[in-house]
Design a protein around this ligand. Structure first.
Ligand SMILES: [Cu+2]
Length: 698
């Protein structure tokens, strides 16, 4: 589409005075596919008004905002107003609250602006957000900002991959560590040894509690963007103060944000004012917003750098004119030296304290830690200090009392954040959205969510339609947020006043985690409309196909697999080019990360002069400490077999695999990964002996 057409079709701002004297602020935009080139390669993206990010939508508290979207695509879309309090039917979660914007149709969202702040809007349809459907919202308070500045800019941070996001998800479903090589975050034993005693201890302790090596991100990105560019510029004159409205619109990246000049002053978090706090470096979780104020001291151009937490790249926004001043680089974290148990805030040592935690003691723990933190803060006189590295919420303090109504009954909901990296399945309490029921709450209650993260990753949890208090130790001044990070192996409590109706989405804002099941529907008893059918429209459980074939000098082997969240069909074969073969055809049902049950058939011919031996098989897999997989099976001839298998990542590209079973079969395999699909392999097998060749993964 040409620029002229774009301008003609996308009618910008129109203001009308409505009969109720509220100003109506109108926008109209197209949503369409466009071609972008961020990396030297032209690929398809989706844009609002032909722009990535979409245009900033501005309005003032009290205005009626009316935004029409014309969907020019062949697929459905939707727009969610992230962090905005609005009527349920304007919230933009397709099928749950608002109808989808069907292919080649239009939809107008209309609501009154009730509160000021920095928010954003984005597609809530599948993985469209990753392809560019996001933009900033600036809602101004009626009499101007509480903290005045000379300039005011929105800086929208995002991550970009040239791959189709659906392909990204399919790759992760095959192998949760699919992008480790691209991100240079493979956790090899060579690397463990290079990093010494602490790394060895971390690795063994992790494996003992059946946790794979720590990683910070799932996806290898091709670029990180600020306002749609890797390097961008904003005007400011020497001596001016600038309000930067930082919006983390990334699909799955946390950012460390640092300014090249004097420390930034945080004045607002998730759109809500907080007491001014100076920070040198700020970590922004996915979907959070922060307003920070910076000062341009002289005739130079100061960098605002947002580095992805995994250290694989950054975007630069230069503010001011003249010679460039760089922010200090954020070093790539050494994954080998991250101790998982360090994140636990209470008595979580490794993974042990995960069981037998009854709710009352959990609550006491949280309240106790709340008091301790308050005490600590008070002694520190924290607000005068500059925080070097703000990676939690301890210093965020609301400007007013945020206490919930004192006389309302409290409902406590415990949600354990769970994940299975092997199958790339995420959820709460070991259930995906599709497997779960609604979380029922009642209007008039104070609702407290206790969010306990049992995974090795950060999860940015977002609640639609409400602000919640994060119990961060600030007592009555606990900050109000719409998105809260839950660190690995940590527990965070949030609470809110249930003052709405109908159904609201609550989910991890890592787009791929949400799509893989980490979401719930929060429903107000009596007014809920969500049915099982609704769930099946907002959640997906697609079948993913994967496989590998080895062509070796002594044999050929392969696996073909089709799987979704709980089920897998698998064909596995070995064949020695003569008359000996061993084929398993099984159906497998996964119950937990550690346990699955299978049934099927085994077709085997052990010797070329013997008859084939076909039998039905039934068995289970169970993951043992040190991440060793055990396999116990019985066949229809009454024959039992027990086996063990595991692997060791020697170097970034070299992997050693082994298996052994009570039929005295064993195999050692060594593979070198040339690419994600092509490997060179050598093995020794008890039946087929030495061999070497190639292995293709798909
Ligand atoms: Cu998550």
């Amino acid at each position: 589409m040409s620029i002229i057409q774009g301008l003609l079709w996308g009618v910008m701002l129109v203001c009308v005075i409505s009969p109720s004297h509220a100003k109506v602020v109108k926008y109209a935009f197209d949503i369409n596919t466009i071609t972008v080139n961020y990396t030297g390669k032209s690929v398809e993206a989706i844009a609002i008004h032909n722009q990535i990010p979409a245009p900033t939508i501005e309005a003032t508290v009290g205005d009626i905002l009316e935004v029409t979207f014309h969907n020019k695509m062949d697929e459905d879309t939707s727009i969610h107003w992230h962090g905005v309090l609005l009527p349920n039917d304007q919230d933009g979660v397709p099928y749950l609250t608002t109808p989808p914007i069907k292919a080649h149709s239009s939809f107008t969202y209309r609501y009154t602006i009730k509160h000021a702040g920095t928010y954003w809007y984005h597609s809530h349809t599948e993985l469209q957000e990753q392809r560019g459907v996001y933009g900033s919202l600036v809602f101004r308070p009626k009499g101007g900002e509480r903290v005045k500045t000379d300039r005011d800019y929105a800086v929208v941070l995002s991550d970009w991959t040239d791959e189709n996001p659906q392909q990204v998800l399919a790759n992760l479903k095959k192998d949760g560590d699919y992008y480790a090589l691209k991100k240079d975050s493979v956790q090899s034993w060579w690397g463990v040894l290079e990093n010494g005693a602490q790394a060895i201890k971390n690795r063994i302790r992790g494996a003992w509690i059946r946790m794979g090596p720590m990683d910070i991100s799932d996806i290898g990105y091709d670029a990180f963007l600020a306002n749609g560019k890797q390097v961008s510029h904003l005007d400011a004159k020497p001596g001016e103060t600038v309000r930067i409205r930082l919006i983390n619109a990334a699909a799955s990246s946390y950012f460390y944000v640092e300014f090249a000049g004097e420390p930034m002053t945080i004045v607002s978090a998730d759109g809500v004012d907080v007491e001014s706090q100076k920070v040198k470096r700020l970590r922004s979780a996915i979907a959070e917003t922060y307003d920070v104020i910076v000062k341009i001291p002289d005739h130079r151009s100061y960098e605002l750098r947002a580095t992805s937490e995994d250290g694989t790249g950054y975007s630069s926004t230069y503010i001011g004119k003249g010679q460039k001043v760089s922010a200090s680089p954020y070093p790539k974290p050494n994954l080998y030296l991250i101790d998982h148990s360090m994140h636990g805030n209470h008595d979580n040592q490794g993974g042990e304290a995960q069981e037998g935690h009854d709710m009352s003691s959990m609550q006491m723990d949280l309240e106790e830690s709340d008091k301790n933190k308050q005490h600590k803060m008070h002694n520190m006189g924290f607000s005068q200090d500059v925080v070097e590295d703000m990676s939690d919420y301890e210093v965020l303090r609301a400007v007013s009392d945020t206490s919930l109504p004192k006389d309302a009954p409290t409902r406590e909901v415990e949600l354990v954040l769970t994940g299975n990296m092997e199958r790339y399945v995420w959820g709460f309490n070991n259930k995906t959205l599709l497997e779960s029921d609604k979380v029922l709450i009642r209007k008039g209650e104070n609702v407290r969510f206790v969010l306990r993260n049992e995974t090795m990753m950060h999860h940015p949890m977002h609640l639609h339609g409400h602000f919640f208090r994060v119990l961060n130790g600030q007592g009555e001044h606990s900050p109000l947020k719409h998105t809260v990070n839950i660190p690995p192996m940590d527990t965070v409590a949030i609470e809110f006043e249930a003052d709405e109706e109908k159904d609201w989405f609550f989910h991890c804002h890592n787009l791929y985690h949400m799509e893989a099941g980490m979401a719930r529907v929060i429903s107000y008893e009596g007014t809920t409309q969500a049915s099982r059918e609704t769930f099946s429209k907002i959640g997906h459980d697609n079948l993913y196909f994967s496989g590998e074939i080895s062509a070796l000098s002594n044999m050929t082997a392969g696996i073909l697999r089709a799987s979704n969240t709980r089920n897998a069909f698998e064909i596995e074969y070995d064949y020695n080019y003569e008359k000996e073969y061993d084929i398993d055809i099984i159906y497998e049902r996964s119950f937990t990360r550690y346990f699955d049950v299978y049934a099927g058939a085994n077709l085997e011919r052990e010797d070329s002069d013997k008859k084939p031996d076909n039998a039905g098989v039934f068995g289970f897999h169970y993951v043992l400490p040190l991440l060793i997989e055990s396999d116990l099976r019985v066949d229809t001839n009454g024959h039992f077999r027990f086996g063990l298998s595991s692997d060791l990542q020697f170097t970034d590209r070299t992997k050693f695999e082994w298996m052994w079973n009570t039929d005295k079969e064993y195999r050692f395999t060594l593979s070198y990964e040339v690419t994600k699909t092509f490997l060179i392999t050598g093995l020794y097998d008890s039946d087929f002996h030495w061999g070497g060749g190639i292995r293709v993964k798909f």
